[in-house]
Design a protein around this ligand. Structure first.
Ligand code: PLP
Length: 406
């Protein structure tokens, strides 16, 4: 076996192949659109570019309304606020997610209730959601994580039974389709992020999609200091409802033109990612003991924020995950850590009285110690390059025992 770069051997990639050098996409059409916008001086305040992009994104996601915002955290906050969720209410969230899913609930003074995820998909476990419902539960936020999908049919069934609102956190799920229909259109609201690493990216940004015109109007007012859609700024014809506290949470036309340039290529890119993911998965199944995150079981087009791998085979017991990540990085490939359970995450600072862990969450907790994932930009590369990415991982994992014990 060849010597690992971390122990003085030759790296697989020299120079390193960083996903951040491959992503986001840079195109001539995007550049031309940005220059044109810059010269027009119509940088925001509801230039046609923002409307057009929001409408096109919503339509692509089988929704009649899109409300474009500054990030994918305020989208969750505004969706919850639009339903009047606040102090005393409980909102069920997966124990494994980016902590914004929970902090959005806290922002409104409501109580996030953490529920464990399924061991195969790493997404919210519908049976555990059912068990966590109390008379205070108002909503549930399934997250379609990395390269999988929450079982949205089962979650909708539980929600219907208990009269809960469903807000789909689709920050990883642009373009994903469950049984032919777009993720984000199953729940009452779908929330997407356009942060730099996401599958559509404009540095920062987010959007809510919905098929409910009344909720769309409430979310729009929440993000645009109270104005209703279509009102001319400074000429409000009515006041926002008294239960809404409205802020400027708008995004700009710069983000809209960048995203409008990415949207038409999204589906083809996801299909390419699926090919790349299958290629890697097939090979790594033969050459390593990694377990790959299961795809959404009804995925007719799988969305990919990344491809996640579990190092939960006994062969890797006790191998420190950071040492694996660092040794693969020395080979020139950047694998990323999974956050683990939200309530164990370094930035999670809420006092124990402000949230509830509905039951044991062994899967989410283990994920922090056992899951590494490959950014989606890698999945679009040629098979020959993917083989070298696999080689970098194989080289390190073949000698995993030498990486020390946790
Ligand atoms: C990225 C992300 C968000 C929102 O992130 P922003 O940086 O606020 O756009 C929400 N949920 C999940 C699961 C995410 O990964």
């Amino acid at each position: 076996m060849t010597e690992r770069a971390a122990s003085g051997g030759l790296p697989v990639f020299d120079p390193p192949l960083y996903w951040s050098d491959l992503w986001p996409p840079v195109t001539e059409t995007g550049e031309a659109a940005l220059v044109k916008l810059y010269r027009s001086r119509r940088w925001t305040a509801f230039d046609a570019a923002e409307h057009r992009f929001a409408a096109a994104f919503a339509a692509h996601h089988d929704s009649s309304h899109g409300i474009f915002m500054m990030n994918g955290t305020v989208t969750l906050q505004c969706a919850l606020a639009a339903f009047g969720i606040g102090p005393g209410d409980e909102v069920i969230v997966p124990a494994l997610t980016w902590y914004a899913t929970a902090s959005a609930v806290r922002y409104l003074g409501a109580t996030p209730v953490f529920v464990d995820v399924e061991p195969d998909t790493l997404c919210l476990d519908p049976a555990l959601v059912e068990a966590a419902v109390t008379e205070r539960t108002r909503a549930v936020i399934p997250v379609h994580l990395y390269g999988s999908m929450a079982d949205i049919d089962a979650i909708l069934a539980v929600a219907r039974h208990h009269d809960l609102r469903v807000i789909e956190d689709c920050a990883h799920a642009h373009g994903g389709r469950w049984s032919g229909r777009a993720l984000g259109s199953f729940g009452d609201v779908g929330s997407f992020s356009f942060q730099q690493s996401k599958t559509m990216a404009s540095a920062e940004g987010g959007i809510c999609v919905t098929g409910d015109p009344a909720i769309a109007e409430r979310i729009f007012r929440l993000k645009h200091i109270g104005y209703a859609p279509g009102q001319v700024q400074r000429y409000a014809t009515d006041r926002p409802p008294a239960d809404l506290t409205c802020y400027p949470f708008r995004a700009t036309a710069f983000q809209a033109v960048v995203l409008a340039d990415q949207l038409p290529g999204l589906d083809a890119r996801l299909d390419r990612y699926a090919e790349g993911a299958h290629h890697l998965e097939e090979r790594l199944r033969r050459t390593t003991r990694l377990r790959v995150q299961a795809r959404g079981r009804m995925a007719s087009r799988q969305s990919y924020y990344g491809l996640a791998f579990m190092l939960d085979d006994p062969a890797y017991a006790g191998v420190p995950i950071d040492a694996v990540r660092d040794a693969v990085a020395a080979e020139g490939v950047l694998l990323m850590n999974c956050w683990g359970a939200v309530y164990d995450f370094q930035l999670f600072n809420f006092p124990p009285s402000s949230f509830r862990v509905a039951g044991p969450c062994p899967v989410a907790e283990a994920a922090g110690r056992q899951v590494l994932w490959l950014h989606h930009a890698y999945l679009g590369l040629e098979p020959a390059v993917l083989d070298r990415i696999a080689e970098a991982m194989e080289k390190v994992l073949a000698q995993a025992g030498r990486l020390g014990r946790a």
